[in-house]
Write a protein that binds this ligand. Structure first.
Ligand code: M6R
Length: 366
């Protein structure tokens, strides 16, 4: 059932190109150049009545919400709030009929996410869900759904469900942007093209897994890791750190790179690997100055770099190159090597990768 893989997690990491295809296949109508989200149950009139979107989830799915905020606010020019399921109902959220509340969950059963959705229903918000498991509680509660077609995810550490969630959010952003007149046909077809090219880029990264094994061996005994990202890759820094801590039990923290000077820089010394996520574009030079700051304090930089290698970043053995893509899809591509790195380190440390201690696949109690 592991199809020759040593762990479900590794199998599921490798299933990501297919999960992405399966998630967008039914939504992308290539002949008409349209995005169709039939199960979402939100037509043009419904979209026109929305003034604010709330994205809510727990754990890894929460990181997808954070990425979703960057995507949707930019594509649709509508305010997006992001909340943890466990916090939402306790902050007295301002909701009404013009609020679209979207919960995101692999299992569709997470207790705090359900409670957040219940809060939305009680306050009259328009409630929808992005879910992997067909017929789960969240699907039954929400007025419509976008399914991530990732297939069953057995490993406790979420991998393919997460990248499929990012694709579902991309589809949702495009759909909403078209419905609200923010995106014309030509722009839409360029965005769709980027999506169609994504699975091959994911496969390219997977085929290069071995490039990470030297890093895994060098850093497997470190006590702490820092992950830094900016913009849409900030949530991916959080996700990379979560993957590592869940399965390897190494303490890891994700930070917005601009926050480094405001505290975590105090931790940096020769023992501290710092994983930097370097997206091409306006934030690249800013990340580069983070790299220089880390090096100046003797820290060890592990750089994921989109596009071409840049000599200023450090020696090739500390770099992993990420294929270029649209800024909204780069989070998918940066996630894959972070999953692989966490996986390889955990295997070297001999932990129970698929069933890490103290964790449950689905957290159905508060
Ligand atoms: O099933 P859900 O997506 O609602 O689960 C949410 C979290 O419990 C889940 O993402 C958890 O953080 C994973 N162990 C992350 O790998």
């Amino acid at each position: 059932e592991k199809a020759g893989y040593k762990h479900f997690m590794l199998k599921e990491i490798h299933e990501q190109s297919q999960a992405i295809i399966d998630t967008f296949r039914s939504a992308v109508d290539l002949n008409r150049g349209e995005i169709r989200l039939d199960d979402l149950n939100l037509d043009g009139k419904g979209v026109a009545g929305i003034r604010k979107i709330c994205l809510i989830a727990c754990g890894t799915s929460y990181h997808a919400c954070m990425v979703g905020k960057y995507m949707i606010e930019n594509m649709c020019r509508i305010p997006v709030e992001v909340d943890l399921g466990s916090e939402f109902r306790y902050r007295g959220p301002l909701l009404g009929q013009d609020t679209l509340l979207v919960v995101i969950s692999q299992s569709g059963e997470t207790a705090d996410t359900r409670a957040a959705l219940q809060e939305g229903l009680e306050k009259g918000a328009v409630c929808r869900a992005i879910v992997n498991v067909v017929g789960s509680s969240l699907v039954r509660m929400a007025g419509g759904v976008i399914y991530t077609h990732a297939g069953p995810e057995i490993g406790v550490a979420s991998t393919k469900a997460f990248t499929a969630q990012l694709v579902a959010l991309y589809l949702f952003g495009l759909y909403f942007a078209v419905a609200s007149g923010r995106l014309d046909r030509q722009e839409l077809s360029a965005y769709i093209q980027e999506l169609i090219e994504l699975p091959r880029k994911v496969s390219d990264i997977l085929a290069r897994s071995e490039e990470l094994s030297g890093l895994a061996r060098r850093f497997m005994n470190c006590r702490d890791f820092l992950y830094l990202g900016r913009g849409i890759l900030y949530p991916i820094a959080l996700e990379g750190a979560l993957k590592l801590k869940e399965i390897s039990y190494i303490h890891a923290e994700g930070y917005a790179a601009g926050e480094m000077k405001h505290g975590p820089i105090a931790l940096i010394d020769e023992q501290m690997p710092v994983v930097v996520l370097m997206q091409k574009g306006p934030l690249f030079e800013k990340m580069l100055s983070n790299v220089q700051e880390v090096k100046a304090r003797g820290g060890q930089v592990i750089a994921l770099v989109e596009g071409k290698a840049d000599e200023r970043i450090g020696p090739p053995e500390n770099r992993f190159l990420i294929p270029e893509s649209s800024p909204w899809l780069a989070p998918v591509l940066f996630t894959v090597p972070l999953q692989l790195l966490a996986y390889q380190i955990a295997v070297l440390r001999g932990t129970d990768v698929d069933q890490p201690r103290n964790l449950a696949k689905s957290v159905t109690v508060e």
